[in-house]
Design a protein around this ligand. Structure first.
Ligand code: PLP
Length: 377
């Protein structure tokens, strides 16, 4: 067994060891085919089985039926920021969509969408907020749904349900009853907490997630779109990105990222074997509580995010003095704790504790945090 470090990278990120082991065992010969999955035709029967099973397993995990298309696409969530408006912005007749801005990723989605139509901000946390007796900085909170202003003729309402950089998670997704415009479908960038908890799809029109955060290797983007929203692509939409084409060809309109789909499929099976999304959610809660509880009782470390919106997946925190950051990261590496440096736009530290990070890994981190505090506090 190779000693693997604890990998807290925000993405590409840690994968379940069982999945990597199986992929390694099947590398040269997938199920007696005499071939690696990488070498197979994307139209052959072996890959057809792999792709169909991945889709079926994902549907089972999420509990979604045939009213949604499940697509394996390319370009990551960044490309999807353009592919979404290209497909959906004219759905209501006018090229019009509304966006909720809660951090770097939703800001990027908004900027990209503006190229394709009349795009407005429905709500934003790009300002300070007074709540529970404290001031919260920009992008450390989520605007209350009652304050969102959604135009009734918007084609969709976009938000990022887990801001990977800021560590802000939408714990509750808005239901149409709370919004003035109940017929506007929700479009969600769920990249960094996809498959970390069950999702209530009843109000979701479309959801996308780059796999490399929590669902598999980089290269495949999972797109789930309600079938009644498909078929309104702008004439300029590249045909390989038109949901109608990709859905009709069951993700094989052109050559899909076959190996990434295969590994993501192994991750889906791993999640099913654990008991599905409720089970993994219970583990994720336990891990996040262990880390946040430690940070909360410490007067040395600070967490920037409003407690109601703390991400279970991405945990930013600060040392009392940025001068200590380099020493902290060096010591962490020596203790086998990798990739703890915060995003450059936020600074400080960030621990990403996705599905494949174990409680043992989180406890190794809190042990290190404790000893660092003892030494430098
Ligand atoms: C990582 C990330 C992206 C960008 O993903 P790419 O694969 O680099 O395009 C977009 N949104 C969120 C929430 C992310 O975490």
């Amino acid at each position: 067994m190779i000693a693997r470090p604890w990998n807290f990278s925000a993405g590409p990120s840690v994968l379940p060891e069982a999945v990597l082991t199986q992929a390694a065992q099947e590398m040269l010969d997938w199920h007696g085919s005499g071939m690696s999955v990488m070498e197979m035709s994307h139209r052959g029967s072996a890959f057809t089985q792999i792709c169909d099973e991945a889709e079926a397993d994902l549907r089972e995990l999420l509990g979604i039926g045939d009213d949604y298309a499940v697509l394996f696409m390319q370009g990551g969530a960044t490309a999807e920021n353009a592919i979404v408006p290209l497909n959906l912005i004219s759905r209501s007749g006018q090229p019009r969509a509304d966006y909720v801005i809660t951090g770097s990723w939703s800001s990027k989605s908004f900027k990209e969408a503006k190229k394709y139509g009349d795009v407005c901000i429905a709500a934003s946390s790009e300002s300070v907020w007074q709540d529970i007796g404290r001031q919260w900085n920009a992008f450390t909170w989520v605007p209350p749904v009652s304050d969102w202003q959604v135009r009734s003729d918007a084609s969709y309402l976009h938000f990022c349900s887990n801001e990977t950089i800021g560590g802000v998670e939408f714990t509750q997704w808005p239901s149409p009853v709370e919004l003035d415009s109940p017929n506007v479908p929700l479009v969600v960038d769920a990249s960094s907490h996809f498959l970390s908890r069950p999702i209530d799809f009843s109000h979701v029109g479309m959801l996308y997630a780059g796999a490399q955060k929590n669902a598999g290797p980089a290269g495949v983007t999972v797109v789930i779109v309600r079938r009644d929203l498909i078929g309104h692509a702008l004439p300029i939409c590249p045909s390989a990105f038109d949901y109608a084409n990709v859905a009709r060809e069951r993700s094989r309109f052109n050559t899909p990222p076959t190996y990434a789909i295969y590994v993501a499929g192994l991750v889906f099976k791993w999640l099913l074997s654990l008991g599905g999304l409720e089970s993994i959610e219970a583990k994720n809660k336990q891990k996040a509580e262990a880390l946040y509880d430690f940070l909360d009782q410490s007067s040395f470390y600070q967490t920037p995010v409003h407690p109601a919106f703390r991400s279970r997946m991405n945990v930013p925190f600060f040392l009392p003095d940025p001068e200590l950051d380099t020493t902290f990261l060096k010591g962490a590496m020596a203790a086998g704790l990798h990739q703890l440096k915060g995003h450059k736009t936020v600074g400080g530290m960030r621990a990403s504790i996705y599905n494949a990070m174990t409680l043992q890994g989180v406890l190794a981190l809190t042990d290190y945090l404790k000893s660092f505090e003892r030494e430098h506090g």
